[in-house]
Design a protein. Structure first.
Length: 510
């Protein structure tokens, strides 16, 4: 059933304030921003537009909580127990959250349900890291005991995108809470609803006031105020490379730590020993899940010439078979992109690909059956015969859009894969174990999938190189980045010391 065929019930538009110090509060400025359902284009909520004074309020609230006995003085095991309780609370509200997320960002409900049910494990894993944490005793020269102490860094600003609102936020929230830090979250203005709801759920579950604050608004205003605030100790941002460069420069003025997960142009190298049908199935999954609005979208398929024509033909057929429609319908396989602006971007790149001489083999248009639906639908789009100098090979589209480029040798495939300013993820399709390891080592990126795509785990580090950002999320790497390390050097002797009087024998200055 298409969205245009639905009997739409009257939409109740809810107005939301900010979430500061454990409760919803009005923004200082009366301006409200519309939040739309991307499947219908209808306004479903209105949110506050936080200004600099609102961001300051939120950071001050977070700082008070960080220094409080209730949170800052909470024993380690009690904090780990609370973080596990938050995971339980998340699970108890799972149905509500995945339905709200589907309505707000347009992903098919089957995708949303499959993604959100994994998020409680993010918190449980980090609670385990907190319990297992050990500081170091370091062997040093002389009669000294040297050990380290780790203390949580403080206030973490978290700017989240529209494509995976809860998942991307939770991969930051989990180490924040488990380490004893506090946070101010600025969600995308397109998808703030599940973030605001989760703040309420966690507060009701026992998270102290001020530990989790939410300021809504636009990136160039609210996001800027957060990134440049001198009270911020760490900035975590997932978004476009340009936004990351701007926010990172602002945060850098105050020497705030940064974890930036930015753009991507994921190459997928398909070798001739791999089953073509399976390669096509992975290609469709990698390119079109989430309507292609993922930083690790399989956007550049680099395919051996021996199987190139067969791969292109079958991928085009697969793309045309995907069911597009109402994301709340369990039979829907592809929902809308987030906005009319994003849909137009995809359509513009389809035109650019044609102008550059690439061969359009699927999609590139608004589905005819959904043209009057009011939502922001676009067909899964596949271009073949794409060369590396083309813009559709080099630039991130962020939609259901992929390209196919032939190669002849392993060296050429690696060269094509690395011919990009981005370096977030890559994928390899081969049954040759030695080749898989060899090629994985040669690709410039932070994540490689061999015979798979999109897989993650709370224990596995996630992040990129080059223009895809800096730092790592997930794993002990992310948890450890929420601490300052203090070195304590203890003299274990009672020998008299007077540097300026005792000049006998060899002396040690350092």
């Amino acid at each position: 059933m298409s969205v245009s065929e639905l009997e739409r019930p009257e939409v109740r538009v809810v107005t939301h304030g900010l979430f500061i110090d454990g409760r919803e509060v009005a923004a200082s400025h009366p301006e409200l921003l519309d939040v739309r359902n991307p499947a219908t284009g209808e306004v479903v909520a209105r949110i506050g537009h936080a200004d600099a004074s609102d961001v300051d309020r939120a950071i001050r609230s977070a700082r008070r909580a960080f220094r409080s006995r209730e949170w800052g003085g909470m024993p380690l095991r009690e904090r780990a127990k609370l973080v596990n309780k938050l995971a339980d609370a998340f699970e108890a509200h799972l149905d509500e959250l995945y339905q709200l997320e589907t309505m707000n960002n347009g992903r098919p409900v089957n995708e949303t349900r499959a993604q959100l049910r994994r998020l409680p494990d993010f918190f449980r894993y980090n609670a385990g890291l907190a319990l297992a944490r050990r500081d170091s005793v370091i062997p040093v020269e002389g009669d000294y005991l040297n050990y380290t102490q780790r203390t949580p860094i403080g206030v973490v600003g978290n700017c989240t995108p529209f494509n995976h609102p809860l998942m991307i936020m939770c991969k930051s929230l989990a180490p924040v809470f488990a380490s004893g830090c506090v946070t101010v979250v600025k969600p995308s203005e397109y998808t703030p609803l599940t973030t605001l709801r989760l703040a309420q759920i966690f507060t009701e579950a026992g998270l102290p006031d001020g530990v989790f604050n939410v300021v809504t608004g636009l990136g160039p205003t609210t996001g800027k105020y957060l990134a440049e605030h001198p009270g911020l100790n760490k900035l975590v941002l997932t978004g476009g490379t340009e936004a990351g460069q701007i926010a990172g420069a602002l945060a850098g003025r105050n020497f705030a730590r940064q974890t930036l997960e930015l753009g991507g142009k994921t190459p997928v190298l398909v070798f001739p020993d791999f089953d073509v049908d399976q390669a096509v199935n992975y290609a469709a999954f990698g390119a079109f899940i989430g309507a292609g609005q993922t930083c690790v979208c399989a956007s550049r398929h680099i395919v051996h010439r021996d199987i190139y024509d067969e791969f292109v033909e079958k991928l085009a057929t697969k793309a045309k078979s995907i069911r597009i429609g109402d994301p709340t319908d369990p039979d829907t396989q592809l929902g809308p992109v987030i906005s009319e602006k994003q849909r137009q971007r995809v359509l513009d790149y389809a035109r650019i690909g044609l102008d550059e001489g690439a061969r359009l083999v699927a999609g590139g248009q608004v589905p005819e059956s959904l043209a009057e639906a009011g939502g922001f639908f676009v067909e899964p789009t596949v271009f073949a015969d794409v060369s590396p100098e083309m813009r559709i090979f080099q630039e991130e589209v962020f939609g259901p859009f992929t390209s196919v480029t032939p190669f002849s040798t392993e060296e050429e495939a690696i060269q094509l894969a690395n011919n990009s300013p981005f370096g977030l993820a890559a994928a390899i399709r081969t049954k040759d174990v030695a080749r898989a390891h060899r090629v994985a080592a040669a690709i410039d990126c932070g994540i490689v999938w061999v015979n798979d795509h999109h897989r993650l785990d709370p224990a596995s580090p996630w992040g990129g190189v080059k223009l895809s950002g800096t730092g790592r999320e997930f794993g002990s790497e992310s948890f450890d980045e929420h601490f300052d390390v203090k070195s304590v050097m203890v003299n274990m002797t009672d020998k008299p010391f007077d540097w300026y009087q005792d000049s006998t024998g060899p002396r040690r200055l350092n």
